[in-house]
Design a protein. Structure first.
Length: 29
């Protein structure tokens, strides 16, 4: 579990960064 936690934050944050604007656009329309 700890090993995964150290690996996940960067890709997870990147995925959130990429998807957040798309989600905002998607729900705004």
């Amino acid at each position: 579990m700890p090993g995964m936690l150290t690996i996940t934050p960067a890709p997870l944050a990147l995925a959130v960064d990429i998807h957040q604007p798309w989600l905002q656009l998607h729900y705004a329309n």
